[in-house]
Design a protein around this ligand. Structure first.
Ligand SMILES: Cc1ncc(COP(=O)(O)OP(=O)(O)O)c(N)n1
Ligand SMILES: Cc1nc(C(=O)O)sc1CCOP(=O)(O)O
Ligand SMILES: [Mg+2]
Length: 220
């Protein structure tokens, strides 16, 4: 299997909260970007498409200024319309292979796998750059999310030629065990965006990656 490593997908993966106020969203993202994430996802499950377009374009400008790639949740159309760097798709968000065909090879494609190994294999085959497992812990954002076993992270790292993301209830305190188990990306909403100082909180995740094991050789 060809390994897709060109995006350097390792580190904190910030995911935006459901914020309806554009000014507040910009301030929150601007602050969190100062913490040096590897990647940022624009996600809003409440606003209509037109408002999401406006917010995503504003977040893209911030990401460009910070040199951080932007992934758009759920919608290839929106990602392409604003010129984002990629898209994240879950089970209700369309076919990953069709998304890859539309995105071309240069953009990032991420796929939700929940606690399902078969989804990760299929996602990697369809051309995903990363597969995401979760929820790893109880999530304040998605309290009803299925819980994924830690072991999936290591198995994906050993057997798939793509980056491995973990999501759901991640905090600075539990981050090191996820990195040790095999996560390349830690996708976080609440722990950073609900923090009193989002920049400091985001910065603190760097330690989990510095302390983690040197990435093992993976299949090419
Ligand atoms: C990195 C990452 N992993 C998982 C998800 C969840 O995607 P999905 O299951 O489609 O749920 P929604 O986010 O659309 O509510 C994600 N967004 N990002
Ligand atoms: C968007 C999302 N997807 C999940 C999954 O398990 O697939 S958990 C989740 C929410 C993550 O937010 P928080 O960092 O606040 O727990
Ligand atoms: Mg989705």
């Amino acid at each position: 299997m060809t390994r897709r490593t060109e995006h350097g997908l390792r580190g904190l993966y910030l995911v935006t909260p459901d914020e309806a106020d554009d000014t507040r969203l910009v301030a929150q993202v601007e602050a969190a970007l100062r913490g040096g994430p590897a990647l940022l996802q624009y996600r809003n499950k409440l606003l209509p498409a037109e408002r999401r377009h406006t917010q995503a374009a504003a977040v893209l400008a911030l990401c460009r200024a910070a040199g951080v790639p932007l992934v758009v949740n759920d919608s290839v159309d929106l990602a392409l319309a604003i010129g984002a760097d990629g898209v994240h798709l879950g089970r209700d968000d369309g076919d990953p292979a069709a998304a890859r065909a539309r995105l071309g090879t240069g953009r990032i494609l991420g796929v939700s796998c929940y606690d399902e190994w078969a989804r990760a294999e299929a996602g990697a085959r369809a051309g995903a750059d990363y597969v995401a497992f979760g929820a790893m812990f109880a999530s304040p954002t998605k309290p009803a999310a299925v819980r994924a076993p830690l072991e999936l992270l290591g198995r994906a790292r050993r057997e798939l030629g793509v980056a491995v993301a973990a999501i759901g209830g991640i905090t600075v305190d539990n981050a090191p065990q996820l990195v040790a188990a095999g996560a390349d990306l830690l996708a976080v909403i609440s722990d950073v965006f609900a923090a009193a100082d989002p920049a400091a909180r985001a910065t603190a995740y760097g330690q989990a990656f510095r302390a983690g094991p040197v990435p093992a050789a993976r299949p090419q």
